[in-house]
Design a protein around this ligand. Sequence first.
Ligand SMILES: [Zn+2]
Length: 281
Amino acid sequence: MEPKSIYGLINGCLVDLHYRQDLAAELALSKVANLINHEQHSWKKDLIEHVFSPSTAEEILSIPLSINGGLDVLFWTTDSRGQHTSKAGYNFLMHQASREAPSSSSFVLFTAGFWKGFWASTALPRCKQVSWRVVSGYLPLRAKLIRRHVDVDPGCNLCAEESETEEHLFMHCPSTCQVLFASPLSLRVDNFLTFADFWRHIHELHDSEVMALVQTTIYMMWEARNHHQFQQRPSSMEDILQRVASVQAEVRVGASAPATIERNVAWCGPNRGTYKCNFDA
Ligand SMILES: [Zn+2]
């Protein structure tokens, strides 16, 4: 029998699934659960490679499985309440289409005005750089590394409950989701459908202090994640907010410090019997 072609969602991407309908029927494969080895929390690799086309099998096998083996629940991750609506579905597909456009990256999701306000903020350059990588989708998050076939654990290393994506790490992770709300901004990130919506909202406030505070907080959340991952040093929400406050204080001191006065020093020749060498770094 010819391979049957249907469309399905794999890792949030619409893909063409080719599978052998006769084999699927023969092996009574009607659910995704039939493809999972539940004791070992792993895919049934041989079975998948037998039933699906090589490209589809590769896509399926690249999907991370829960390491905790939790119970299945119906949950729409792009909605803060976990519920699917047609509007949320439409926004999700538009978001995916933008990400996969030939011009690539989430740059297409933001206007030139957004980026002007983004770079004009008073945050430290390193905070703006990391935030730029977050907005542009360039952070080496585990979910991305897995798609590039890097052998890493796909789970968030702060909570081990979900895949590590921008949305998870900065919006939904139990370890960080309260940080922006507890900050002087009192921002509820779960009010936003996507992370891009969150950034657009910040831009539309047209307040460079707010943009700077968000960029600094995002930087500190990323730093906390790295401390936890590479140095096994966990950070509490209070630790992150404390670091944000100290960086903000540093920025304010720098802004109010008097500018260095440049003095014109007239060149004079060397003393008798000595040489003088002038050079520039
Ligand atoms: Zn997490």
